[in-house]
Ligand binder design. Sequence first.
Ligand code: BDR
Ligand code: CA
Length: 326
Amino acid sequence: MQPRKVIIDTDPGIDDALALILALGSEALDVRLIATVAGNVDLDCCTANALRILEAFGGPAPPPVHPGCARPLGRRLARAKHVHGADGFSGAAERHPVRRLEASRTDAVTAILSAVRENPDEMTLIALGPLTNVASAIEVDAEAMTRLRELIVMGGSFGHESNVTAAAEFNFFADPVAARVVIQSGLPVTVVGLNVTHRAVLPRARFEALLREIPSAVPARRFLTDLTRQYFEVYKRQRGIEGAYLHDPLAVGAAIDPQLIASRRYPCDVEIEGELTTGMLVVDTREAAVEDRSNVRVATAVDAERFLTLFERALRTAAGTPTQKV
Ligand code: BDR
Ligand code: CA
C-alpha cells in the first residue's frame, strides 16, 4: 500500500516531538511537510525543536519545516512551559543544537495550501497544536482546503476532564477562535481529545525498557532520554502516575491505523468567549443531533495496547533499531 501523505502542524513540545518521531518511523506515512505554530512555547522555539527532531530522526532527506503563526487569532498567548519546559524540550534543547538544517522561507499557511492544491484529495493534515495555521489557511482559501482527505486534530475533551481550565483543553484554549473556524469549516475533521489520550498512558517502565534496547552509542537514545526525563516527572507530580500522556502521538496513530480509535459524528462547536468556558469543545449529543450529518467525528474510545505497540515499533524504527515494520 502507498503510504498516506501527511502534513504535520505542530508546536514541539515533548509529545509533539514523540508524535513526529512516530510519524517519521512509520512506513504507513509519508511526511510531506512540517508546519510550526506558537503553542507550548514561542514560534521560533517550536521551529528550532522541529529541526532538532529532523536532525536526529529525519534521515538523509527530511521534510521541510515551515514556520507559521506566532500569535493566535484574537487572543493573548497561552503557553505550557510548566509541562514542556522553557525550551519546549525539558531543558534538553541546548544539548542537541541544530547544526545542519534550516527552516524554509515559505510560511506554513502558504506551504499547507500549496501541498493540498498539488495533491488534491490525498493529503491528510494532522494538527497537534493550536489551530492558528489551519484556520488561517481556511480563511485564505477555503476552497483549496476542501481538497484535504482528512484533518485530524488533537484537541478538546469530550465528556471528560480538561487540562487548562475546568472546561478547556490546551490547544483549543490557546486559540479558540481558530478552533471554531476549523470545527465549523465543513471539512472532514476527526477530533482526538483528552477523553481518549488520557486512556492511552505510556508506562514509564515500558518506555525505559524500550530505551535500553537502543544501543547507547546510537544518538537517538540520548535524545529520547533527555527529552522525556522531566515529562515523566511532571506527570508523577501533577497526576500521580508513573507514565506519560501521548496526546499528539495518538493523533498521528489515528492516521497510521484508523482502527486505533472509535469515533462518532456529532455536531460540535467551540466556545470563544465564555466566562468560565473559553476554548471548550461543545459536543451536541442530543438525540436529534446525532444524525450522520456532521463533518466532525469525535474520538470516543481507544485501543491503548494496539497504540502502544505501534508507538514502540515506530520508535525502534526511527531510532535505527527496527524489529518489525509498522
Ligand atoms: C496538547 O497540549 C499540548 O501541551 C500538547 O502538546 C498537546 O498537543 C494536550 O492538551
Ligand atoms: Ca502539541
